[in-house]
Design a protein around this ligand. Structure first.
Ligand SMILES: [Zn+2]
Ligand SMILES: [Zn+2]
Length: 421
């Protein structure tokens, strides 16, 4: 019998980790860290044959350097991006050492999508494209004859950077699915609408001679935003002003460029036609950023909690300038304070009065509710489903949706749940 042990990512977003245990071997599906609290799942690294990582976001791979795993499987781009995630975390928290990152990197084995790997005599797996960030994968496991699909984070819709998640998947016994936008209330505006909103907000500020600050997550969001802005500039719909970048998004964008064959084929076409899709990535030069000319500053961190974006916040003293938040802002972050209309903030010693406009246009690398429903209808019908990676309301809502749509038993595990399958 196969046991699924849930160590994290249950009725929460953060520290995703599922242990697949059999008598002849065991593997972990993801081993993430909570981005809010820094908490990690408690696992026995010596007993685990391998960790299979879905993608390079902190909540899926952040806990790996805390352990000494024998083997880590991921896609080629994920390995490069994980290095950035781990380095960022090390710089921010000092929670582990550089040697721990080195140890983890040395035990990584990279695969392409659809390439099969036998881990133990009774466990084999392959990756499907998950459409979420560069290199992101859904993990398809065969364990003692049971076929498990662990979706990881998925986006079934189109994005500028990536092809949509694969849905042409082999037969499935057990589906383990994310539910970030799992409730029927989580229906997001069309991508084009969001893009137009973004460009209108930027234009308004630029035309008034102001500067726009866009805090972004380094991996995924940053590249989408840069692609959109550069695209509108090329088509003449947005004035050609300097775009300055700062933070680890610079490295992450370089990784995106290195793995051009893993991206939306339109990007490769652009490059072949001598168009630089992400624009020229210029490290922000403070003398230029703080001069009088209009410009766009794209910088980490996405929730305005740490990262170089903090030093640009003083621009918001000037009512001409604007801050555009592009994603979810967690409780307790400066981003959330700004979103809620803070009149002043204190990123460093001195308080900064906020006179510039703050707007939020929420881009997401996750499918919304409708997209998740389409996904479960497109993939082969499983015998049972397990819902993870969503807040409690979203997880429970989506479990109900699966039951109504597919009429199969659906579980919403909590941390510590052990499910025989
Ligand atoms: Zn993710
Ligand atoms: Zn995630």
């Amino acid at each position: 019998m196969v046991l699924l042990k849930f160590h994290g990512g249950c009725q929460q977003i953060g520290m995703s980790c599922v242990e697949v245990e059999t008598q002849k071997g065991r593997v972990l599906l993801d081993c993430g860290m909570s981005p809010d609290t820094g908490e990690i799942p408690k696992v026995d690294d010596k007993a685990v044959d391998a960790v299979i990582v879905s993608h390079a976001h902190l909540d899926h791979c952040g806990a790996i350097p805390f352990y000494k795993f024998k083997k880590i499987y991921c896609t080629h781009p994920t390995a490069d991006l994980m290095f950035i995630t781990w380095r960022d975390t090390l710089n921010l928290t000092k929670a582990y050492k550089e040697e721990d990152i080195q140890h983890a990197m040395e035990n990584i084995e990279c695969l392409n999508y659809y390439e099969e790997r036998q881990i133990t005599e009774n466990i084999k797996f392959k990756f499907y494209n998950a459409g979420h960030i560069l290199g992101s994968a859904s993990i398809y496991l065969e364990v003692d004859g049971k076929k498990i699909l662990y979706t990881g984070d998925i986006n079934e819709g189109v994005s500028r950077t990536l092809l949509p998640a694969d849905t042409d998947i082999d037969e499935i016994d057990v589906l383990i699915i994310e539910s970030t936008y799992g409730s029927p209330l989580d229906i997001k505006p069309a991508r084009k609408t969001l893009e137009r909103q973004l460009i209108e907000e930027i234009s308004e500020t630029i035309e008034n001679g102001g500067k726009v600050i866009i805090p972004v997550f380094a991996i995924g969001r940053a590249q989408e935003i840069l692609l959109i802005i550069n695209n509108y500039i090329r088509s003449g719909k947005l004035r050609d002003v300097p775009i300055y970048t700062d933070g680890s998004l610079i490295h992450a964008t370089a990784v995106y460029m290195s793995y051009i064959n893993w991206l939306n084929p339109k990007i490769k076409n652009m490059v072949e036609n001598r168009i630089n899709p992400f624009g020229e990535i210029k490290k922000a030069d403070e003398s230029l950023v703080f001069n009088k000319e209009p410009c766009i500053i794209v910088s980490t961190s996405g929730m305005v909690q740490g990262g170089p974006v903090l030093k640009y916040l003083k621009l918001l003293k000037d009512p001409k300038n604007k801050l555009i938040l592009t994603g979810y802002q967690a409780e307790g972050t400066l981003g959330r304070e700004l979103e809620e209309g803070a009149k002043e903030i204190q990123p460093f010693k001195n308080k900064i009065p906020i006179r510039g406009k703050v707007v939020k246009i929420e881009f997401s690398a996750h499918g919304d509710y409708n997209s998740l429903v389409r996904y479960i209808k497109k993939i082969p019908k499983p015998e049972k489903a397990i819902v993870m990676h969503g807040e409690r309301y979203q997880s429970l809502s989506f479990a109900m949706t699966i039951w109504k749509t597919l009429k199969i038993p659906t579980f919403v595990p909590v941390r510590g749940t052990i499910l025989p399958i």
